[in-house]
Design a protein around this ligand. Structure first.
Ligand SMILES: Cc1cc2nc3c(=O)[nH]c(=O)nc-3n(C[C@H](O)[C@H](O)[C@H](O)COP(=O)(O)OP(=O)(O)OC[C@H]3O[C@@H](n4cnc5c(N)ncnc54)[C@H](O)[C@@H]3O)c2cc1C
Length: 392
């Protein structure tokens, strides 16, 4: 196992200070290492996740070589040549587990911003003290954006949140964590070959959730109540003015509708399979409030907005891969974890084999199947019988 930084590097160095997992403690286990602490319904801090991964590495005696950056992976006659900052390795198979979120995804219009406005991504953000006093525009209203907007608003700054397509969820539904419902109803186990529109499912933004000790819901209504101003998707920049799309009403209705459909799935499960005496009756939530006259443009040279935080998502970094397996959008081409190069596999990517593939608790089922295939590949004497990209 080659790791360019330290063990659990992303959780040590690439998260903001207040971040906690969205997934409850009872869910965030790894194969053979369940949560046994006193707060199963709480949410781990980044430090807790580092601790979990360190304990797990010890538990399974993981042969991790830290400080070993892979700079190139290229095919040879009988496998792959891996070039690292600590030398070269020849290997018949390779498992890519380098993460789905190595870099911030920032829209091209960031390059056109007036110089007087400071820009930061979720990768660079640690806490509100980094941000100059004055107005902040947070771009993106998925898990990262809603959490940073709330934190900056609580620090006393005026905050504007630019909202695009988003996934609304309550933190607690019928007395249970919404992610409990995702689990028991089977939504999270839905396989990649059962999903209607797989490319879309793989691009789906993270849900508007926060893992706080109070277990609060952090949807757009909660942000409006805190005094965050909502504007539409940032569409363009012209003469130093940010131009936002209209149509908030439609976008909000769509997110409300999708949430209700998901709650219907949970209710149906409770009716037919559930019979859990602890769940309370079905409930529905107030529609997302549409601001009376959302602003369509903001002059970025006027001093109202001092800083912009890009919470527009993350992307993987495959610049080290010298194989033709990355699509024009920078995503790895694979079928259920079998990469389009024989003997190369991947884990930990969105909906790799199931909806839960990128979550800590999602790795076990995926890993078992991918490793089975990899073992079969190694055991096969005629390696050419496994075709590139064979489905698992
Ligand atoms: C903001 C945020 C919040 C999240 N919240 C949750 C949550 O609540 N619950 C949950 O289950 N999951 C959450 N996730 C997803 C979470 O990151 C994953 O569950 C888990 O960290 C994925 O582990 P991984 O090993 O696949 O990827 P990563 O944690 O990204 O680890 C990949 C590792 O590969 C190393 N690496 C990359 N390239 C190279 C190279 N060329 N050479 C050597 N090493 C390399 C990196 O340094 C890194 O340590 C969150 C992710 C983000 C970004």
């Amino acid at each position: 196992m080659l790791e360019r930084g330290e063990l659990a590097n992303s959780w040590r160095y690439e998260r903001w200070d207040s971040l906690r997992l969205l997934t409850p403690n009872w869910q965030s286990g790894l194969p053979g290492l369940c949560y046994e602490g006193v707060d199963p319904d709480g949410y781990m801090t980044s430090a807790d996740v580092v601790d979990l991964l360190a304990r797990y590495a010890e538990h399974v005696q993981a042969p991790v070589r830290t400080g070993t950056n892979v700079t190139s992976l290229r095919p040879t006659r009988d496998g792959y040549r891996v070039t690292t900052s600590n030398g070269e390795i020849q290997s018949r198979t390779v498992l890519i587990a380098s993460g789905a979120c190595n870099l911030p995804a920032v829209p091209a219009l960031a390059a056109e911003l007036p110089k007087e406005v400071e820009q930061l991504t979720a990768f660079g953000y640690r806490n509100a003290s980094q941000i100059p006093e004055g107005g902040v525009l947070v771009v993106g209203a998925s898990a990262t954006g809603v959490q940073l907007a709330a934190e900056l608003r609580q620090s006393g700054r005026p905050v504007i949140l630019s909202v695009g397509e988003h996934v609304r969820l309550p933190r607690i539904y019928r007395g249970r964590d919404v992610l409990w419902w995702m689990d028991v109803s089977g939504v999270w186990d839905q396989r990649y070959d059962e999903v209607d529109d797989l490319p879309r499912a793989r691009r789906l933004p993270s849900p508007q959730l926060i893992g706080s000790p109070e277990r609060t819901t952090l949807d757009l209504n909660a942000l409006t109540a805190m005094g965050v101003e909502l504007v539409g998707r940032w569409a363009a920049i012209r003469d130093g003015r940010a131009l936002f799309s209209g149509g908030l009403r439609n976008m909000f209705s769509l997110a409300d509708l999708k949430m209700e459909r998901l709650l219907d799935v949970f209710d149906e499960w409770a009716r037919t399979d559930g019979a859990d005496p602890d769940v309370s009756p079905a409930e529905r939530f107030a529609p997302t409030e549409v601001p009376r006259s959302p602003r369509l443009e903001i002059d970025l040279r006027g001093g109202e907005v001092r800083s912009i935080i890009w919470a527009t998502g993350f992307r993987p970094d495959y610049r080290w891969l010298d194989l033709p397996v990355v699509d024009p959008k920078g995503q790895l081409r694979h079928q259920g974890g079998a990469v389009a190069s024989p003997g190369v596999y991947a884990l930990g990517l969105p909906v790799l084999r199931r909806r839960k593939s990128t979550f800590i608790h999602g790795i076990e089922d995926d890993a078992r199947e991918v490793i089975d295939h990899l073992s079969g590949y190694l055991a096969d004497n005629s390696l050419t019988s496994i075709r590139p990209g064979t489905s698992l």
